[in-house]
Design a protein around this ligand. Structure first.
Ligand SMILES: Nc1nc2c(c(=O)[nH]1)N[C@H]1C(S)=C(S)[C@@H](COP(=O)(O)O)O[C@H]1N2
Ligand SMILES: [Mo]
Length: 306
């Protein structure tokens, strides 16, 4: 089977520019200042065997069709509005049942030399799907830094509240801050990452800059953006969509074609970028990651724990 990675598939012009630029700059050492600047604008992650070999959506698709209610409820609102967000400086407070609580910088949690590329399917609960080449680090590596205590059973995440810069937060669309949570074993699972970039770019604001969660076997709403707080706890965390409508959205939110949303089927989804006609495909249990994650739910009734 042919294994693609981002350098084979990226349609994003910067990569091509950088590739020819690096070839040129190896010969022309007279341009160190420019070389430094070009490198600062791109990020790279080591290819991972956990990536899918499916072709990613284009950078344009991934950054122009978003859910990020802090910037509006329309799919094109985040691309239009999220440029106002200041992402540097940024601090993530890590607290609760950990040995080393504190305020951490993005570069402490996801240092350049630890970055991996993870090409994952993203399946939104609204029945659409994309393939996204994230760059990030395993959440497990971050938890190892802070040292979960024996009593820790869950991880809770919180998004920034800054209505001056997040136009959607000036209205009570949701109960801000957006919050999410995982069971500790889900948080420690090798597929679960904190992402700081996509393709070869720092995370675009509309995708959750500067650091967001990605949990590919769960509906997209679990993958909380622009995280400012991570709390280890012994109680199941509240999550925003369950809090809003518990009959429609649960805590687990594992992708499951057999459990329909009360208002629509989850058996199939629309493939973003596949064109106006066609482009529906069958949804897979755990979004196709069942071999790796199903054992975590052994013995659980997934109709009850939806
Ligand atoms: N803070 C925050 N995180 C969020 C959301 C949001 O509205 N606010 N939307 C979620 C939903 S419903 C989805 S499908 C994904 C979309 O991620 P993407 O826009 O990067 O594709 O982000 C999730 N994370
Ligand atoms: Mo979603």
């Amino acid at each position: 089977m042919m294994k693609l990675n981002w350098s084979d598939v990226t349609p994003h012009k910067v990569f091509l520019d950088r590739r020819s630029f690096m070839a040129a700059s190896a010969a022309a050492l007279a341009l160190p200042a420019l070389a430094g600047r070009a490198q600062a604008q791109t990020v790279t992650g080591r290819p991972s065997p956990l990536s899918t070999d499916q072709t990613p959506n284009t950078f344009e698709e991934i950054t122009n069709y978003n859910n990020f209610y802090e910037f509006g409820t329309g799919k094109e609102d985040p691309a239009r509005n999220a440029h106002t967000l200041t992402t540097d400086p940024w601090a993530v407070q890590i607290d609760g049942l950990v040995d080393r609580p504190g305020s951490y910088g993005v570069e402490d949690l996801a240092p350049d030399n630890a970055l991996e590329e993870r090409i994952y399917r993203l399946r939104c609960v609204e029945a659409w799907s994309m393939v996204i080449p994230w760059i990030g680090v395993p959440l497990a590596s971050v938890l190892a830094k802070v040292g979960p205590q024996p009593g820790a059973k869950y991880v809770q995440f919180e998004t920034l509240v800054r209505p001056e810069e997040m136009v959607g937060q000036r209205r009570a669309i949701l109960d801000w801050p957006y919050v999410e949570g995982l069971r500790l074993d889900e948080a420690m699972h090798p597929l679960t990452i904190l992402a700081t970039g996509l393709y070869d770019q720092p995370m675009p604001n509309q995708n959750g800059a500067p650091i967001r969660l990605v949990v590919p076997w769960k509906y997209g709403f679990k993958s909380i953006k622009s995280i400012v707080r991570i709390t280890l706890t012994d109680r199941e965390p509240v999550n925003t969509w369950k809090q809003l409508q518990a009959s429609e959205y649960g805590f687990y939110a594992n992708v499951n074609p057999e459990v329909d949303h009360p208002r629509w089927s989850q058996a199939t989804h629309r493939v973003i970028g596949a064109g106006l006609f066609g482009g529906r495909e069958e949804t897979q249990m755990f979004n196709g990651y069942g071999d790796q994650v199903a054992s975590m739910y052994a013995g659980m009734d997934l109709r009850v724990n939806y």
